[in-house]
Design a protein around this ligand. Structure first.
Ligand code: UDP
Length: 319
């Protein structure tokens, strides 16, 4: 449970936050890409104590048909919090907050994708918050964009999200749950780092114009930092696949000379066997011929003798 405002010092005069971070520090972020076998693309993100799973299915034909868009794909996003993801049991039915976050995450992902390539289709993005600790929408969109990349969907850019906050008048980055609940303001953004385009910007609480500007100035580099981690996660995954493929190719190339030698030996053995059989057959037929010849000299044909005898008798009768 969150402590009372009086008990928690959210930020000291020196700018140190309750968990020891400085104003611009992000919590630790790690990604695992391709964690689900049955999804086309997936990503598990751990951002501080947030644990969020994103799964992508599609593009596939959109049903019901009346929802199809003739010139582009529909990015259908579903953000859900597990009942066990927060300290107070979350009711399983989707609430207003989840519906709102689902809609805005889908809209923020859309500009990153070449949706015109898949008219009348849907790309489903499912986001399951397994454990929440503030900043789940930013973590969710960051993971979702990696899951889309993992699904091989053509993208203009990745999407990186970070939130800024106002703690006792000081602008900080990446609020956790306590800071989110007890701070004065929360300003999450999602950003396309290469196109330098903000695709989501919300503001909750109080920010003066200067604080607002300061927050944006801090958020853009923070999103670029998150982007570098995303890039590494996806390239690491594909370099692992590359390494595995290369290993197979090398093993095959190594095994080839031995295989070829075995094949050559086998065909030589076959030829030798054939030659030996031919030679044996030749010897046998020669021996048979000689045998027959010998037999022919010793024993004149009985049939011939009988014929001669019959003709002699015939002549004698005539006389
Ligand atoms: N939260 C909660 N119960 C809920 C919704 C949210 O305890 O039903 C917590 C959760 O830790 C979440 C935080 O409140 O991360 C801040 O929620 P917010 O609506 O500001 O969205 P987020 O910062 O997660 O994008």
């Amino acid at each position: 449970m969150a402590k009372n405002k009086e008990e928690t010092v959210l930020i000291t005069k020196d700018g140190i936050r309750h968990d020891g971070r400085k104003r611009e520090d992000l919590r630790e972020i790690s990604f695992e890409v391709g964690v689900l076998d049955r999804a086309d693309g997936s990503c598990l993100i751990e951002w501080g104590r947030n644990k969020i799973l994103a799964a992508v299915y599609g593009p596939r034909e959109l049903h019901p048909k009346h929802m199809q868009m003739p010139s582009q794909a529909y990015i259908r996003c579903e953000y859900r919090m597990a009942t066990f993801s927060v300290p107070d049991r979350k009711r399983p039915a989707p609430n207003r907050r989840e519906k709102e976050i689902s809609k805005l995450l889908g809209e923020a992902l859309d500009p990153a994708l070449f949706t015109y390539l898949y008219p009348r289709s849907v790309i489903d993005v499912f986001i399951e918050v397994l454990q929440a600790d503030g900043g789940t929408r930013c973590a969710a969109i960051t993971a979702a964009s990696l899951a889309l990349a993992d699904a091989g969907i053509p993208m203009r850019d990745l999407v990186s999200g970070v939130a800024a906050g106002n703690l006792s008048g000081k602008v900080v980055l990446d609020l956790d749950d306590i800071e989110d609940k007890e701070g004065e303001g929360d300003l999450p953004i999602a950003y396309l780092p290469n196109l330098e385009k903000v695709v989501l910007l919300q503001s909750d609480g109080i920010f003066t114009p200067d604080q607002y500007k300061e927050a944006l100035d801090m958020l853009v580099p923070a999103c670029k930092k998150v982007y570098q981690l995303q890039r590494k996660a996806i390239t690491d995954k594909y370099s692992q696949i590359n390494d595995a493929v290369q290993k197979d190719i090398d093993a095959e190339a190594k095994a080839k000379p031995a295989k070829d030698k075995k094949k050559a030996d086998e065909s030589k053995a076959k030829d030798d066997k054939k030659d030996k059989k031919k030679a044996d057959d030749g010897k046998k037929s020669k021996a048979d011929k000689e045998d027959k010849k010998k037999k022919g000299l010793k024993k004149p044909s009985k049939k011939k003798d009988d014929k001669k005898q019959a003709s002699k008798e015939k002549e004698a009768k005539k006389d």
